[in-house]
Design a protein around this ligand. Structure first.
Ligand code: ZN
Length: 450
């Protein structure tokens, strides 16, 4: 552990620390004139002494819309000269969501990423191949500073230029890989094609993959391709960036949330009421030690379940399940809620299918139809694959009919499956993979669709 005193803190001591930090956040916010102070006063909170940890669920929330309304710096609570960096995420509405950092914020972020890297087995002796994008996006520079904080050697290769990445991995022999899960697949395929896969001198031992929701099935694919332990890392720029939570090598079963700095709740996405532990809910974070952008109860839109108790690794920090989807990514098909990750789980359970897939929401008529587009890893030797019986696992190469039956059983709603020739689906080298597109009119988003 990078900070065992915090990561393995007994529950009672942790709760005491969290309460003190929550009060200090409330005190700071009440001293400002911002939207968070207004909402606190409207809830009847006049001072930090009014607050215990148990009061957290009744305090007001903030959301991405508040950050957009205050764009660019309206929710920053320190004088401008105290800022040292700005990051953000590409917004779907055109404007990015901007997040500012003080020097202390950057130091905290580096420590959180160092914790995540150490949980993946990285040490001062490690070489970390960092293929997250560098720039406004927090992935690249967050891991970069964490690796330096840990004392490891970081290779700041950023995303893309895959052939160069293969050369660097062969020559520098990194033990840790950090990138998005979709790019890990891309790199694994390129390493195998270059004769540099597992058993051919590949030295990678563990990877920290995040910035996209991904499933256990994707984990198995990545581990097979790269011969490493694939671990999940979670973060969002509004909270600090990557390093909000990460899995440990020992259990690889849920991500330890750094809840000494980021108080976490899971709430019903509709009502905002707390959900019980182990039930999926929308994650809400309070950044109790951030200076530049202190957020009380920030709604993330990410759906996950929380679980408490001491882990096999010794950490006492609450664990969050892999994110199963985003509130905004949820598709509603004839009244049934569908998350792309549920489709991924079904597709990737079949070893014959490539890990690339695309969900096309056909909105050309009001009924709305979902086309699940996937590819076989290799073209069947002769003719189209057989349309086999709808028995899960009955065939090595499931035909579209069998995939449709499996998806209907899992999702509770009918979808159409299109199996396309290998290489048809878009591959992402930089940034996050696109998993859902909408087809409103005009030409199909992929060749061969009707
Ligand atoms: Zn653990």
């Amino acid at each position: 552990m990078f900070e065992p005193g915090a990561e393995a803190m007994p529950a009672e001591a942790l709760a005491g620390l969290q309460e003190a930090r929550l009060r200090s956040l409330v005190r700071r916010l009440l001293g400002t004139s911002g939207v968070q102070a207004e909402r606190l006063r409207a809830t009847g909170v006049t001072g930090p002494e009014d607050i215990t940890l148990a009061d957290l669920p009744r305090l007001p929330m903030v959301a991405k819309a508040d950050l957009w309304a205050a764009y660019p710096y309206g929710m920053v609570e320190v004088p401008a000269p105290d800022l040292v960096a700005v990051h953000g995420s590409s917004g779907t509405g055109g404007r990015p969501t901007l997040v500012a950092y003080t020097r202390a914020d950057l130091a905290l972020w580096a420590r959180m990423c160092a914790r995540a890297l150490a949980a993946a087995g990285a040490t001062r002796a490690s070489t970390i191949h960092n293929a997250y994008g560098y720039g406004l996006f927090t992935g690249g520079l967050g891991i970069h500073q964490g690796a330096i904080e840990l004392g490891a050697t970081v290779v700041p290769v950023s995303g893309g230029m895959t052939a160069r990445q293969v050369t660097l991995i062969r020559d520098l022999r990194p033990d840790i890989l950090t990138c998005t899960p979709s790019y890990a697949i891309r790199l694994g395929e390129a390493l195998a094609a270059a004769g540099a896969g597992p058993g051919e001198g590949l030295t990678l031992r563990a990877g920290l993959f995040g910035a996209e929701p991904w499933t256990g099935q994707m984990r198995a694919r990545i581990e097979e391709l790269l011969g490493l332990r694939a671990l999940d890392i979670y973060g969002l720029s509004e909270v600090i960036g990557p390093g909000v939570a990460a899995e440990c090598l020992e259990a690889a079963d849920g991500l330890h949330v750094n809840e000494d700095h980021f108080l976490v709740e899971a709430v019903d996405p509709e009502t905002g009421a707390p959900v019980p532990d182990s039930a999926p809910g929308e994650l809400v974070f309070s950044t109790v030690t951030r200076e530049a952008l202190p957020l009380l109860r920030y709604r993330t839109g990410d759906i996950s379940a929380l679980r408490r108790g001491t882990c096999a690794c010794g950490r006492t920090l609450v664990r969050m399940s892999k994110v199963t989807g985003r509130r905004d990514d949820m598709l509603v098909l004839r009244g049934v809620n569908v998350y792309p990750s549920e489709v991924e789980r079904v597709l990737l359970a079949s070893p014959a299918l490539s890990p690339d897939y695309l969900l096309v929401v056909d909105q050309r008529d009001a009924a709305g139809r979902l086309l699940v587009c996937c590819e076989y890893k290799t073209a069947p030797a002769s003719g189209p694959p057989p349309v086999t019986r709808a028995v899960p696992g009955a065939s090595q190469v499931p035909g579209p009919g069998e995939l449709e039956a499996r998806l209907r059983a899992e999702l509770g709603v009918s979808v159409a499956v299109r199996v396309l020739p290998p290489g048809t689906l878009p591959r992402s080298e930089v940034g996050k993979a696109v998993r859902v597109v909408r087809w409103r009119d005009g030409a199909p988003p992929l060749p061969g669709l009707d």
